[in-house]
Design a protein around this ligand. Structure first.
Ligand code: SF4
Ligand code: SF4
Length: 176
């Protein structure tokens, strides 16, 4: 069991659970690394790889997400810029970003009907230029909800198994 922080990020439409991100951001911030530094992406990837596996073909996608996350962290710490760091709240006492509960859309199956957007009580989806539903705010998704999946006739939406939530109940995250 590790004491490192654990956060879930959405990299290229795929959830990625990362260990030690908060610690890495803290170290970079305290070493006066700014989000606009030319080598910040490299430093982030190197740091993340100390505790996580990052597949080579996904490095650029990881780097983009990590830079955005570090930017948010940096702005929170410096208090500069009114960029709203989203507060997704908690579920069972655990930060929402750590719960991998959100829809995944298969673009091949999506017919662009827009039902998911109609039934979703949150702003989780958006239609893209190709008229396909895309998940833009996964952590706004209500944990345990499956409305969009039920409304999607071509079955383009996948939701996680509800039993997955057991490991997060009662404010505990059990090692997998
Ligand atoms: S309900 Fe299904 S098919 Fe319709 S837009 Fe949403 S994902 Fe696509
Ligand atoms: S599961 Fe519910 S809250 Fe989550 S995206 Fe679908 S309709 Fe929205």
């Amino acid at each position: 069991m590790t004491d490192l922080s654990y956060r879930m990020l959405f990299v290229d439409g795929v959830p990625a659970g990362l260990l030690g991100l908060d610690e890495l951001f803290k170290i970079l911030y305290e070493s006066e690394c700014a989000p606009q530094d030319a080598d910040i992406g490299e430093k982030l990837i190197r740091g993340v790889r100390q505790h996580n596996f990052v597949p080579k073909p996904a490095i650029v996608a990881y780097q983009t997400v990590l830079e955005q996350e570090y930017q948010k962290y940096y702005q929170q710490r410096t208090g500069v810029g009114e960029v709203k760091a989203p507060n997704y709240g908690t579920w069972e006492g655990i930060p929402r970003e750590q719960i991998p509960w959100f829809p995944t859309v298969s673009p091949e199956l999506c017919d662009g009907c827009g039902k998911c957007i109609e039934v979703c009580p949150k702003d989780v989806f958006e239609m893209d230029e190709a008229n396909k539903a895309v998940v833009i705010e996964p952590f706004l998704c209500i944990v345990g909800c499956c409305f969009c999946k039920s409304a999607c006739a071509p079955q383009a939406i996948l939701m996680p198994e509800k039993t997955m939530l057991d490991q997060f109940r009662h404010g505990q995250r059990h090692a997998t």
